[in-house]
Design a protein around this ligand. Structure first.
Ligand SMILES: [Zn+2]
Length: 484
């Protein structure tokens, strides 16, 4: 009996030992040096709020509201006089701003900061639910309300405010700082950042590092870290493809239905995408980085599970399948987004059509996804074709070991001392994907803290930002520009 107990204790000890090997790596992001704490103008918030009143809305089919953009540009020029005096400023395409501030170093490397000036529309049915007019730049109870407060005018104005402050203090960067303020990120970014990237390719302009929006400081959304803010830096971006699947089968009179038809085939195909996913869940490099950065900060049980990897990989992956974010992080998602069939209530149609959208994990290509859909559709006698001729491969994964990732992490900790820093996989799309291959690394991070309750405000009702959060955002860029 004693022997059995001793053996059990020994097994238990061996099982928990790896937990103690999981060491926190967060200390390296604590800034070793402070940057100059320049004063941010008291008018900064009002300038930002007014910027929201220009309806620079992106919609399909593409119809650019020149008057709105021109109004916004006049506002920028009047509000950031030092920037407009010191920087080289060009307009790319029709309404994308491209700026450059020369670095002091000889043969200085280039750094690019991206954000976008367009916003999504507001669903007219929801206007009544807003606490303030979404296009008036109103400040209510210390919150700036409006489209663009979170996505992405805050970042554009914060960058310009920090620049204005630094230039007014005769500051100059060591490296060349480029800035791209896109006009159409919300509809793919091909005419704005895409055109700017094409010019860079043509002229041979490359970048050491690009900083764009996307990951935020998440409060309560990372499993196992419900209370700690976590700064999620997108080190790669998923790809995008939609396919159209057509099913053809003899139709007929609805009074004598057969057991199969085009609608049933489409339905069985759609159901199969959920019940028997085309791809197995897996860990990608950004997620590996996410685990090494955050697992040591979690509770004992979770730490234990992570410390026993790869033994526990399947357990962790199956856990991730319990939430939509978890599935998006670990799989090539596949979802039907449009279906169509039928012309009359008493006719069984002879064809049906399904459009499916997939966000592609790093390591796969658009063609891998099309092949998988073709194989699956063939089981249901469906034929696959590209939808809308549009698709993008996932981006390369940027290093999260290098100097600029560390600098970014330190700027985060300098402004948000409580936050943990971690690499992440960006699930949506950003303008920076247009520059894939033109930079050694691309980091996607927006210095705004969001709770789970705030997330639906992005593209949703009552998009807003606290006035203090806007000033923190400006301070973050002040710190980052200097720290680089
Ligand atoms: Zn955006």
């Amino acid at each position: 009996m004693k022997k059995i107990i001793l053996t059990l204790i020994a097994i238990a000890l061996i099982a928990v030992l790896p937990v103690f090997k999981l060491q926190s790596i967060q200390d390296k992001y604590i800034p070793t040096k402070a940057t100059e704490n320049y004063h941010i103008r008291s008018a900064a918030t009002e300038i930002f709020a007014k910027g929201l009143s220009y309806k620079t809305i992106s919609q399909v089919p593409v119809m650019i509201d020149s008057a709105a953009f021109d109004g916004l540009f006049a506002h920028l020029k009047a509000s950031f006089p030092a920037v407009y005096e010191r920087l080289h400023i060009d307009t790319v395409s029709t309404h994308t701003l491209w700026m450059k501030l020369d670095g002091t170093k000889e043969n200085a490397e280039n750094i690019l900061f991206i954000s976008h000036l367009d916003v999504v529309p507001v669903d007219p049915k929801t206007i009544k639910d807003w606490e303030a007019d979404p296009f008036a730049g109103e400040i209510v109870d210390n919150y700036v309300y409006g489209r663009g407060t979170l996505d992405d005018k805050a970042s554009a104005f914060g960058i310009l405010e920090a620049l204005e402050t630094l230039i007014s203090n005769d500051w100059q960067p060591s490296y060349n700082f480029y800035f791209c303020f896109g006009q159409d990120e919300e509809i793919g970014g091909r005419n704005g950042a895409g055109a700017a990237a094409a010019i860079c390719r043509e002229k041979g302009i490359t970048f050491r590092t690009i900083f764009d929006e996307a990951g935020t400081i998440s409060i309560g959304s990372v499993p196992g870290l419900k209370k700690t803010p976590v700064a999620l830096i997108g080190v790669a971006e998923k790809g995008y493809i939609s396919v159209e699947v057509n099913f053809e089968q003899p139709g007929g009179h609805s009074s004598m239905p057969d057991t199969g038809n085009a609608i049933l085939s489409a339905s069985a195909f759609i159901t199969s995408l959920n019940e028997d996913p085309m791809f197995k869940p897996e860990f990608t490099d950004p997620l590996q980085g996410f685990m090494t950065h955050l697992a040591p900060e979690m509770s004992f049980g979770l730490k234990w599970a992570f410390s026993l990897r790869p033994l526990t990989n399947s357990l962790i992956l199956s856990n991730y399948q319990g939430s939509s974010t978890g599935r998006a992080l670990t799989t090539n998602t596949a979802v039907a987004t449009m279906v169509g069939a039928g012309i009359k209530d008493n006719v069984i149609p002879s064809s049906s059509r399904v459009v499916c959208n997939t966000r592609i994990l790093p390591g796969y290509s658009v063609h891998d996804i099309i092949n998988a859909y073709s194989e699956r559709a063939s089981e249901y006698n469906g034929a696959v074709q590209w939808y809308n001729d549009y698709g993008t491969d996932p981006t390369a994964t940027s290093s999260f070991e290098g100097k600029d990732f560390l600098t970014l992490g330190q700027s985060i900790r300098a402004t948000f001392p409580e936050a943990l820093v971690s690499p992440y996989l960006t699930l949506g799309g950003t303008d920076s994907k247009n520059f894939d291959g033109l930079a050694q690394q691309i980091y996607r991070f927006l210095p705004i803290a969001l709770t789970a309750e705030d997330l639906p405000r992005i593209h949703g009702i009552n998009e807003r930002l606290h006035v203090d959060a806007y000033r923190d955002l400006c301070r973050f860029y002040l710190d980052l520009f200097q720290r680089i």
